[in-house]
Design a protein around this ligand. Sequence first.
Ligand SMILES: [Zn+2]
Length: 227
Amino acid sequence: MQPTEEYIREHFDFYNRTMFGGTLPVPPIHLTNARTYMGMMTCRKRVGLFGRKHFSNFALRISRRFDYTEAELQDTIIHEMIHYYIAYNQLQDISAHGPQFRQMMDEINRTYGRHITVTHRSSREERLRAIGPKPRPRIFAIVEMHDGQHFIKAVPRIGQRIIAMHRRIASSPQVKSWRWYYSTDPYFALFPSSMGRYMQRIDMAEIRPHLDASTPVFCDGRNVKLQ
Ligand SMILES: [Zn+2]
């Protein structure tokens, strides 16, 4: 599921009342695009007399990069709330997930049947599951050869480059037909865009659904426009 601010706020409120005695003020909630963490409680830290730390300006950050199960998202919120509780109450712990943290975590896990762990950094596996890289729009030609094979050629999104590649494809005797498309589908971001000669062979059955959602691009060797 995708986290929303409303969902986080509602659950924050519920856990605050049930697990933290309703003592925590609702901090600003920020949805981020981080791939390095699922959740993070941020705050300003001042070190006072005798090295005693003082925390203020709390904010709760949840990354929307991950495809969470509902339980994972809830555990992430609670995990961050434990950090918040410790910092807000100026309790001193020896490390981020020190004895203070673990004691609260264990108690909440036991009492409420949760599965909170001390990791809130995303694991490699979770990063792989993370919703892919930023969409990179692509302009590409799907080329059909006389022998029935299909190829894809992505080019830089510059009119003159598209026209140049269009002419090059047109001059190749093996080519039967071709069409240009524009897409922001991350599927196409996997094909490198270049002016080189290399074209990647494709399986039309696999590419078809992505192609159907793409925008045809008109090119006649002189002009280019999105259709
Ligand atoms: Zn943590």
